[in-house]
Structure formats: C-alpha cells, structure tokens
Design a protein around this ligand. Sequence first.
Ligand code: FEO
Length: 384
Amino acid sequence: MHITNDIRYIGVNDHETDLFEGQYIVPNGMAYNSYLILDEKTAVMDTVDRNFRDEWLEKLESALEGGTPDYLVVQHMEPDHSANITAFMEKYPDAVVAASAKAFDMMKNFFGTDYADRRIIVKENDTLELGKHTLTFVTAPMVHWPEVIVTYDAADKVLFSADGFGKFGALDAEEDWACEARRYYFGIVGKYGAQVQALLRKAAKLDIQKICPLHGPVLTEDLGYYIGLYDTWSSYGVESEGVVIAYASVYGNTKAAAELLAEKLSEKGCEKVVLTDLARSDMAEAVEDAFRYGKLVLASTTYNGDVFPFMREFINHLTERNFCNRTVAFIENGSWAPTAARVMNKMLENSKNLTFAETTVQLRSSLSDESRMQIEALAEELCR
Ligand code: FEO
C-alpha cells in the first residue's frame, strides 16, 4: 500500500489476540502498523507484534523491491512494536537503529543488547537525512512510554505519531474511528493528558498533511477533526453533553434505581443517557464514556462495608486516569448499613474540579416512595 510516492505501508492485522495489552477486548482485531520510506537511504518505521514476524519481514522484503534497509527507526519500545527488532537486525546486518537513549536502555533489557556499534541515539529535533526526505525526531515522553519519539517527514508532510492517534481494530474492519480511538486513548494514554497536550503543541508548529500512527488507519483528511478530539480528550474536556449511569447491582434493586433514573432523565429531555452495567459491559467502554460525557452517576450496592468490586475497579480506572472536570452523583444501596456513597465519594476526593450533586439517592434494599422521590430530585438536578 502506498501512503505517498515514497512511503509504503508494511503493517499487519491481528485477528487472533484475545486481549490487546493483556486487558482490552478487540472485537475487530488490532493493527500493528509499520512503514517503509524509500529514498537514497531507506528507513523502516518500527516493527510489529512478535506473532507476525514472518508476515512483516515478507512485506518489508517485497516493498524493498530488491533493496536493503539502511535504518530502523524505533519510536516506541512496547513489544507490540518492538518485538521484531532482533529479527530485523539479524536479517539486515548493515542496518542501523535510530532511537532515543531510553529506547536503547530498554532494548538492553528486552533483548540483552543495545546495539552499541549499530545505532544512532536521537534527541529532540535531531534529523536523519535519507535523500529527498529528512526525518525530524520529536520527543513524546509518556505518549505512551518514556522513550517515545514521533517523527516528521517534511518532504511528504507526514507525521509518524507512534501510539498517538491510534485505535483498536484491524485495518480490514469497517468501523467508526472515534469510538475505538476514544476507548483506546482513555484506556492506554488517558493518564498522560499533560504529555499529550505538550506533544500537540509541538505538532501545531508542523505542516502536517498525513498522520501515520502505529495502530489504526493512516489519517489523510480533515486532520483538524482528529486533532480537535485529541485536544478535548487530553485536556479532560467534555466531548458530549450527556449523563452516564454506571451501576453495580447484585439482585437487581440498584439496577432498578439506575434504570428509573435513566427513564426520568429521558422524560425530562436529557439529550443523551448511557446506562452501563459494570459487571457485564466492557470496563474500557465504561471508562471511555465517563470521560466522554459531562455527568456521571455512580450507583452501587454496599458490599463488605465498601462498594461492590466492579464499582471499586471502575472508580480506580477513573482516578488513575485523572478523572476531573465533571458532575458526579451517587446512588447507594444497603440493607442494614449503607456506606457505598461515602466510600465512592472518598475514592474521588483527590479528583480535581468535580461538582457533586446535592441529592444522593439511598435505597434500603429496594426502591421505596422515598428513594423514588430522591431519584426524581436527582433527575431534576442533573437536567438543570
Ligand atoms: Fe502500541 Fe504503547 O504500544
């Protein structure tokens, strides 16, 4: 596949993995992207996951059209991209690796060698001349690991963006970009909003016409849309107006309260209500929704003097990703000593700029006239 006259796509689609990075379901698979830049000197941009070594090496060989690669640029050392560095270096003994100093430290740890005699250590704004193409390296620490660099090719106005602008889903699957890019972003990079903001500021100074990420499609049109979403996500802004009701229920009574609230919100004309059963839906999807919308209702039964385990896990996912800037409300249930609302509130105590609803709904086992009134009041408050 030609990305430009000189840039070839040599990535692979993975429909085998059960869990990407050991935790994310990927119903439409995953793409590990890799690129080849053909010029007087040729450069390969990253490798792919270990299970696709032979397919990738064959694609590379075919795209080289009889040539040999001069450089392997390693932008990111996570194994979904770095696993085949050794196979590449063995196959092409004259090739040189270009990467950050931290990446070479990681190579030593992963592979037992840092290629001391076959490497170029690159720093911020260092360049690599290929001929017509000059690659400029831009450091992007913690997007998504500390060693990450992204690479700009001024000749074709291409930004190789590493994990940035990536998404779940193989490239042969038809699906909406934003849904799986958002789930990917908040799952994997969500904690590092400040670092993504720093990278966006550097990228704003470049004339970019194509973005070549390490996952997901090459972005070629309407780049302002994608960059705008990344700006909203990384600044923890509200992307869409709406209320997410995330519940953890044992016998269905807390669920009934969550559903009643959803119904009341819809009756009052709340534009968008998302109801999520934390025990049965994809946790990463629930996390994505919590960061997408402006209001979040947490509904949990009390359990061992705490909250139900799925709720604890959910809130942990939110707080470790800097959940902030939103309105939060609680529904608690407890048959003899309800404590869920207090525990959930405590778990969010270090989260910045949260507005807590005045109404907390309390169920003592099941919905009552009193708790129904509280739900009515909460719906009123959230729709205001
Ligand atoms: Fe796609 Fe952070 O690796």
